[in-house]
Ligand binder design. Structure first.
Ligand code: SF4
Length: 443
């Protein structure tokens, strides 16, 4: 995308936040002619599609539908409440698409129903649970990397693919004190073009844990096996020398496809050991574009504040909830047929969507989404409550992956309700339905 200094922009340009990935770039400009500036290709495409969906012809699609048949919004809320209160067990998921205010409303709804809560994030699906709960983390804001890290190591990750503007915004700018910055990519991807300031240490992803342990041994001054040779030994020697010549080290990581979380654990211990002798921190990037939503960090934080864990909450109860990672995550609850109704905020990851489709009409759905049309469902009950665009018209706050709060700056006003308002209405209808049932009336 074309880049321009904000000073050079037309007064008609409007600044907004891109919610197409968890980087939450808040310097995006939308021109009067719906041009998108400053965004990466993916963000630009997503925003353009959202703007097109808000055009009068597309926006005239109904605000609610049941099994693809338009229905009145109020009726849709009452029918959704009846469906949820009559279910055996409900799951609330998809939280990572919504702002914090809507996630809080979704948790209120879940508590009314005694529902399971899980955003579908990888760490809740690991039997060992989140790395931070097992080993802690030494992390920093992205701006700390930008301003202080004179050595940046990309550890088996490629931010260009997962978080397209991460390098442009936080690695390419010069250090605050003018010192040169070195970058090293270890793993299959070179990440950046070869240059005097950038090296690539090719290594199979299978060896990531061994590489971290070997480097850990060297940094800690312990004996490394003499027989070790090949790319593993040479990569760890190069990294060791680079770290010893640096003042501040940032290790950028990505979510590994690692069912027990061993890779994340090995990096946490490596960073902690480096930090004993010089400034060092990890920048744990999540799945980025492949994540279930831009506010994955917010969903994890909101659930932790309420229930003491980031997800896999068996039964929402703010006075004390059971946390069963690898047991009560959304995918397993659906696969095992332990829920017969699901409340979905926004879009889900492909595997989670497929798991729901596999259940056919055994599961009822309430989707709160900005899409004019929903994925085709098998026969069954599916109610769609349409809300304002989560890309261009949602207000509220999200958390960037490093925990920084980002206020959403919508570029458009919508005639549709905000996602939070939909949830508040639905929670109210559920409480009314439960109250009627409690005194012996019909739910
Ligand atoms: S990097 Fe992510 S948040 Fe930034 S413009 Fe691209 S898609 Fe949007």
């Amino acid at each position: 995308m074309r880049r321009e200094s904000p000073d050079a922009l037309s007064v008609d340009s409007q600044r907004c936040t891109c919610t197409a990935c968890p980087l939450l770039c808040d310097d995006i400009l939308i021109t009067a002619a719906d041009g998108v500036e400053q965004a990466c290709d993916h963000g630009s495409k997503t925003i353009r599609e959202a703007l097109a969906a808000e055009m009068p012809s597309a926006a005239s699609s109904p605000g609610a539908a049941e099994n693809d048949t338009p229905i009145d919004r109020e009726a849709a809320i009452e029918r959704s409440a009846a469906m949820l209160t009559s279910a055996r067990r409900v799951l609330v998921t998809g939280l990572a698409n919504a702002p914090l205010e809507a996630i809080a409303a979704a948790c209120d709804l879940a508590e009314s129903l005694g529902a399971a809560v899980d955003a579908g994030l990888p760490e809740s699906a690991r039997a060992a649970g989140p790395t931070i709960a097992r080993a802690g983390e030494v992390t920093a804001a992205f701006e700390e990397l930008r301003d202080r890290a004179d050595l940046v190591i990309f550890w088996c990750c490629n931010p260009y693919e997962s978080h397209p503007r991460f390098i442009e915004r936080f690695v390419t700018p010069p250090l605050a004190d003018g010192r040169p910055r070195q970058t090293i990519a270890i793993g299959p991807d070179g990440v950046m073009p070869r240059a005097s300031s950038h090296r690539h240490l090719p290594l199979s992803r299978d060896l990531a844990v061994e590489a971290a342990r070997l480097l850990h041994l060297r940094i800690a001054g312990r004996h490394a096996p003499d027989t070790l040779n090949g790319p593993l030994a040479s990569a760890s020697a190069t990294l060791h020398d680079a770290i010893r010549s640096s003042t501040c080290v940032a290790i950028v990581t990505a979510d590994a496809d690692d069912s027990v979380g061993l890779e994340a654990w090995s990096i946490v211990h490596l960073v902690r050991t480096i930090a004993h002798e010089r400034q060092a921190f990890q920048i744990p990037l999540g799945a980025g574009l492949a994540a279930g939503g831009a506010n994955a960090a917010g969903a994890a934080a909101a659930c932790t504040w309420r229930y003491g864990a980031a997800g896999a909450i068996t039964c929402a109860d703010r006075m004390g909830s059971l946390f069963l990672p690898g047991e009560s995550d959304a995918r397993r609850l659906i696969d095992r047929g332990e829920v017969d109704a699901v409340v979905i905020l926004g879009r889900l990851s492909g595997p989670l969507e497929q798991a729901i489709a596999n259940r056919g009409d055994a599961v009822s759905l309430v989707r709160i989404s900005d899409a004019a049309e929903m994925p085709r469902q098998p026969p069954g009950r599916a109610i769609h409550l349409r809300c304002a665009s989560l890309t261009t018209a949602t207000t509220g706050t999200m958390l960037r992956e490093d925990g920084r709060r980002v206020g959403l700056a919508p570029s458009r006003q919508s005639t549709l309700p905000q996602v939070r308002e939909r949830l508040v209405d639905l929670a109210g209808a559920v409480r009314r339905s439960l109250a009627v049932a409690a005194v012996g009336g019909r739910p």
